[in-house]
Write a protein that binds this ligand. Structure first.
Ligand code: ATP
Ligand code: MG
Length: 214
């Protein structure tokens, strides 16, 4: 069983997130993608975000009907600032020693990876699937990793993945590059513009009826 984890604030979830999950699942042959909303997002901890419960509820609506997609409340239950390293450790602890964790990350977020808590250790515990985003093409380890860490990966022709000696992979996926972001959606709602076809219909109705982002 290969499981991918897509972490984020999801304020709100949008079609870009769903497409990223689908393309990563397909490219890496994942059996499942777990959507993992943060409790408090590092770098965004000072921002006032919608409550975790509200963000989760919108994810639940958006993924209903896709058997390969699941919602986890692991970071919300843990509380505090949601560091990926803690989540990976918890997933390995609860899933057993042979658990393979594949973190799915947009190339914009991955370009900041060297500011993530304990990021060097992260590459000894988890694999990464980096998905391109408009303005941030998915490239190669040297683009985002410090030279020394990038040098610990080699390209495996057979699988098209970069590997390290911990057995973790780094895969780059350039998919449909949808120019959709939560911040743009929040801005549109605030200015009275339509967000139809940027988020699932049910999520759009929820945002409207709960008066979010006004
Ligand atoms: P915000 O604008 O508030 O930062 P966002 O749209 O970037 O929101 P996040 O919750 O921050 O959404 O993103 C969660 C993860 O999904 C990150 O790894 C991010 O890079 C990725 N992601 C979000 N939207 C896209 C997209 N359109 N294409 C590729 N990756 C995306
Ligand atoms: Mg973001």
């Amino acid at each position: 069983m290969r499981v991918g984890v897509l972490g984020g604030t999801f304020n709100p979830i949008h079609l870009g997130h769903l497409r990223v999950a689908e393309e990563a699942r397909e490219a890496a042959g994942l059996d499942k993608v777990i959507f993992m909303p943060t409790f408090l997002t590092p770098h965004k901890a000072d921002e006032v975000n919608s409550p975790a419960k509200v963000r989760s509820e919108m994810i639940r609506m958006a993924i209903a009907g896709n058997k390969a997609f699941e919602l986890s409340d692991m970071e919300i239950k843990r509380g505090g600032v949601s560091y990926t390293i803690d989540t990976v450790r918890e997933l390995i602890k609860t899933g057993g020693k042979d658990t393979e964790v594949d973190m799915i990350v947009g190339a914009d977020a991955f370009s900041d990876i060297s500011s993530w808590c304990d990021f060097e250790t992260l590459f000894t515990l988890a694999s990464f699937i980096v998905v391109g985003r408009p303005g941030f093409p998915a490239g190669k380890p040297n683009d985002a990793l410090p030279v020394e860490l990038a040098g610990r990966f080699w390209y495996d022709n057979a699988t098209g993945a970069y590997m390290n000696y911990h057995g973790n992979s780094l895969v780059y996926v350039n998919g449909t590059l949808l120019d959709i972001s939560s911040s743009d959606i929040r801005k549109r709602v605030k200015t009275g513009c339509s967000i139809r076809y940027l988020v699932p219909d049910e999520v759009e109705r929820y945002i409207r009826s709960a008066h979010l982002y006004r």
